[in-house]
Ligand binder design. Sequence first.
Ligand SMILES: Nc1nc2c(ncn2[C@@H]2O[C@H](COP(=O)(O)OP(=O)(O)OP(=O)(O)O)[C@@H](O)[C@H]2O)c(=O)[nH]1
Ligand SMILES: [Mg+2]
Length: 467
Amino acid sequence: MILYDIVDGIGRTVEGATQSVTGAFEPSIRLGVTGLSRAGKTVFITSLIANLMDRNRMGQLRAVADGGIQTAYLHPQPDDTIPRFDFETHLAALTGAEPHWPVSTRSISELRLSMRVQPTGLRGMVSGPRTVHLDIVDYPGEWLLDLGLMEKSYAEWSEEALRRADTRDVGASFIALAKATDSGEKLDEPRAKRIAEAYTAYLQAIRDAGFSDYTPGRFLLPGELAGSPVLTFAPLPMHEKTRRGSLYREFERRFEAYKTKVVKPFFRDHFSRIDRQIVLVDALGAIHSGPQAVDDLRTAMADILGAFRPGANAWLSQMLFGKRVEKILFAATKADHLHQSQHGRLTAIMEALLRDARDRADFAGAKTQAMSIAALRATTEDHLQGLDVVRGRLEDTGKQAAFYPGDLPSDPAKIIGAARDGADRWLDAEYSVMNFAPAKLNLAPGEGPPHIRLGRAAEFLIGDRLR
Ligand SMILES: Nc1nc2c(ncn2[C@@H]2O[C@H](COP(=O)(O)OP(=O)(O)OP(=O)(O)O)[C@@H](O)[C@H]2O)c(=O)[nH]1
Ligand SMILES: [Mg+2]
């Protein structure tokens, strides 16, 4: 194995290699795919896998262009307790006779694609084909937002959460309830449940209003934890003399349990093992929603990216033991809503959105890049009455339509600046988004679903490990 590592030129840990059925150690790459809800994670993974199995549209991935990848096939995943990414169902939705978008997925899942790779060039002369496993892990970006809780006490978190809720209209009813609650009284489960439900309703409302500080993240994505004590608490005002068994003390204990039993296992078991990461961002959707949504996206991105800056969080850096994500790609998704003449502008906006997070600290040596992609291209391009438009089948009516989404500014500061200044609408432009359904496909043998720059995204993320 050591010899293999030297030939390979890649420093790999034991975790990075898996033992195959034949007993040989084979390299594996763990690719994390995240983004806030509806960012495009499921479509991305489905199309990436399909296009790695049928590679005719993946010429931008060098190992495809030079014939290095001989075969790619699905393989049982290494982790027995993580739900399998339901590739076949999602692909059938996207490419069936009546194509439609896949259902929303609200938890973590995993899929292993194994590739038989023959290195080319000099290395190809000394080594034969080998198997590289790509383990793709899909997880909600919301879970990363919980990192901020790890270094807070219940009293600190409560104080901040209540202060923020107090400044928002949608917070009024929860604040009234929190103020009317005597937290020194003995815990009463039905009452605890009511308070937690009111807090969850508040989180739901701020998410709908476009805010992003909806921690604890699992309150909105509870999965199998729904109704458990670890999700049955809420911020309460500090109570001077709280007895054991009081509401305050019990909520404090549950808050700590949330940290150790929910947040910590995610970072320890999943996040810490990721080698490469793609963060998908629906920047176009936010631009369409207006300046406040864009500014909110900017702050959410900064929070999410905090998880990728070792050192920014003492608890996390301790847990990672110096291991870090090697490459991070920030991808603006659904670029097929725009004519390619505007893709550069979308990428520039994406870069500007990230600059904040990047300026505060770099990613400690991790390579980063921004890109505009469409994992599944649902439109074609056209030029009508002097305008660059896209055409596609509308999701609600099924009718074909040509669509001009508005002209993105060449200077991203026009978007980011207005958002940061708290403008409530775009001044000199209108941006709209249409919901296109996936196009009906007639794929030739060897062809994966149509996309925009998926090959380039794959080259950045894993290209070096396939040579
Ligand atoms: N036109 C177009 N629309 C896309 C593309 N990718 C995603 N979408 C749209 O975005 C929606 C959400 O995509 P998903 O892949 O389900 O997003 P997700 O991040 O997995 O969402 P959750 O599972 O709900 O968190 C889809 O239903 C489509 O409407 C794309 O490449 N092109
Ligand atoms: Mg999903």
